[in-house]
Design a protein around this ligand. Structure first.
Ligand code: SF4
Length: 362
């Protein structure tokens, strides 16, 4: 059957992309394996996180949890500890839950199809596509952030790439790029092109293997596709944290609720400052409300700025002593050993407060 001009163009784009990939592919530890478990772990870690950040976590995580069974058997605390500092902790909780499901229902095997992968916690359509393509060579498309941008530019697809109408077109176009038997290389090539050539700001069109067929470049639209999102004001909150210290140097911690931001991690008791409230007053109030203790504030050990996806905080840490009431004990409470190590997974900002104390003592 005769191909249309558009089909011939897409075939040429795919061929040029794969040719480029053969020489330009980025080396990564998780690309040296076909073990579906390892590829699944890497794809979850890479969600919203850069390759350079993921690399050391990937190695350590797999040393500790080398297969589905060991991950499923591990306590959630151990998984969160291995994830400490990588952020977006729902990924770790979902990975752990999914490992349990694989043991219970899938004979410890990562499913091969996009449909089955999508039923697991933490796996959306694009991650399912990436795992199916990279681990099993399935000829399926992906649409992660890099692919979204590359495909939108290649075919000059205007409009908000997150709207469902545009997204449908992007999926269709992304699928069109996958030639028979080339699912794995196509997925990796699109990821790499987006990461090193078709950059979010200032795409390197001159170096691009697809420049002669890229509709955006040919029409001068590469800087306006995808459209810039309106910058939202990111709210900022002052948060106060109490560091209760035992004579052996151990610091009091509480476990955060299992779901939501930093779910399941261990943190210092803390509270948000109300408008117009001093830091000291906010801390005393939070401790009264949350722990039913009155506290003497000794001094501030430091302040840490931290950005979450929808807001920023400054976390002010204060060394405190109880003056009335006792700190809670038992389930959901713990003491971080004075040397700071141990099995507790702390949010990055709380970990920095611990470092401040240790630095003071050096
Ligand atoms: S030519 Fe430019 S805009 Fe088009 S895919 Fe390549 S880098 Fe991206």
């Amino acid at each position: 059957m005769k191909r249309s001009t558009e089909e011939r163009k897409v075939v040429c784009i795919s061929a040029a992309l794969l040719r480029w990939f053969r020489t330009a592919a980025r080396p990564m530890a998780w690309r040296e394996t076909r073990d579906p478990y390892r590829i699944w772990v890497s794809e979850i870690m890479l969600q919203q996180t850069r390759v350079e950040t993921v690399a050391p976590y990937y190695e350590r995580f797999l040393l500790e949890f080398p297969d589905v069974g060991s991950l499923a058997r591990a306590p959630l605390d151990a998984v969160l500890k291995a994830w400490e500092g990588l952020g977006y902790y729902a990924r770790a909780r979902n990975l752990h839950r999914a490992a349990g499901i694989l043991v219970a229902r899938h004979d410890r095997k990562v499913p091969r199809t996009v449909e089955a992968l999508e039923t697991l916690p933490g796996i959306g359509r694009s991650t399912a596509g990436a795992i199916a393509a990279i681990a099993f060579g399935a000829d399926v498309p992906i649409l992660d952030a890099n692919a979204r941008r590359v495909v939108a530019r290649l075919f000059a697809i205007e409009g908000d790439p997150r709207s469902s109408a545009v997204e449908d077109v992007l999926w269709e176009r992304s699928a069109g790029l996958v030639r028979k038997g080339k699912g794995r290389d196509t997925a990796l090539a699109v990821m790499d092109l987006g990461a090193i050539v078709c950059l979010p700001k200032a795409p390197r069109c001159r170096e691009c293997p697809l420049r002669s067929r890229c509709s955006s470049r040919l029409r001068g639209l590469q800087d306006s596709i995808p459209p810039k999102r309106a910058r939202k004001m990111v709210p900022h909150h002052d948060v106060v944290a109490a560091l209760f210290r035992r004579t052996d140097g151990a610091l009091f911690l509480m476990r955060r609720p299992p779901d939501g931001l930093l779910g399941g991690l261990w943190a210092f008791p803390s509270g948000r400052c109300d408008p117009g409230e001093t830091l000291d007053d906010a801390l005393r109030r939070s401790l009264r409300e949350k722990l039913r203790v009155r506290a003497v504030i000794q001094r501030e050990v430091g302040a840490v700025r931290h950005a979450y996806s929808h807001y920023r905080i400054t976390l002010h840490g204060f060394l405190c002593e109880t003056s009335r009431g006792a700190l809670p004990a038992g389930e959901g409470t713990g003491w971080l050993p004075g040397h700071g190590e141990g099995t507790f997974a702390l949010p990055r900002a709380d970990r920095k407060l611990v470092e401040f104390i240790h630095r003071e003592e050096e």
